[in-house]
Ligand binder design. Structure first.
Ligand code: ADP
Ligand code: 5GP
Length: 204
């Protein structure tokens, strides 16, 4: 679940300490990217968190317009046809897409935007935004990944086996990212993650 809450953008009124750039964070589902993104957004509220559009069913405590914009396939196809998405892909049998307007608005406001997307999405977006910062979050093992998913979703993960199969494939793509962060101990992983963001986007 994402940290983004309505009002988050409005609450930040200072000058951004970070350059306006895309921060693309990829990882197999369950590796901890939402956790790391939530923490960095909490520490750097000038970072805008992208809210993607998806056709997958809502999970647990998720909220429409907060974690995702939950839409049906018909609306997704209509948006896609009129060029609403700067990137869209099928992930674990559901459609996901990033709104072009959200990215443009963030960058125009002089602030970075962080995106939690899959490896296909990262490839499409880095072709369009060549200076995007790319970070791949690795789980310590596939067993631990499965354990985290089962714990997080109380044994009700949508497409669990497919997510595990995809994880093995996604891990092979890690070397295409500028940085790899292993999320074994959360505190260690977060410090490393934060250091990368500050080094790449810091203005002072
Ligand atoms: P993702 O966004 O990559 O699917 P999440 O951030 O939702 O992953 O993390 C999956 C689960 O694992 C969550 O319940 C989260 O609290 C937990 N988690 C994240 N990082 C760690 C860690 N380093 N050690 C143990 N559990 C973790
Ligand atoms: P989940 O359904 O667990 O929230 O996300 C499943 C996967 O879809 C994750 O790897 C997540 O990063 C990815 N994802 C979320 N939004 C987008 C998007 O807009 N585009 C792409 N390509 N992937 C996305």
């Amino acid at each position: 679940m994402k940290a983004f809450r309505p009002g988050h953008i409005l609450r930040f009124s200072g000058e951004s300490r970070l350059k306006p750039r895309l921060i693309i964070v990829c990882a197999p589902s369950g590796a901890g990217k939402s956790t790391l993104c939530a923490r960095i957004v909490n520490e750097y509220p000038e970072i805008i968190e992208n809210v993607s559009f998806t056709t997958r069913p809502m999970r647990g405590q998720e909220e429409d317009g907060v974690d995702y914009f939950f839409i049906d396939q018909e609306e997704f196809e209509e948006k896609k046809a009129r060029g609403f998405f700067v990137e869209s892909a099928t992930v674990h049998n559901h459609s996901y897409g990033v709104s072009q307007a959200q990215i443009e608005t963030a960058l125009a406001s002089g602030r970075p935007i962080i995106l939690d997307i899959d490896v296909q999405g990262a490839k499409t977006l880095t072709a369009k935004f060549q200076d995007a910062l790319t970070i791949f979050v690795m789980p310590p093992s596939i067993e631990e990944l499965k354990r985290r998913l089962e714990l997080r979703d109380q044994g009700k993960t949508n497409n669990l086996e497919l997510r595990i199969q995809n994880a093995t494939k996604e891990l092979k793509e890690a070397d295409k990212f500028k940085y790899n962060v292993v999320n074994a101990d959360l505190e260690v992983a977060y410090e490393e993650f934060k250091k990368i963001v500050e080094m790449e986007l810091g203005t002072s």
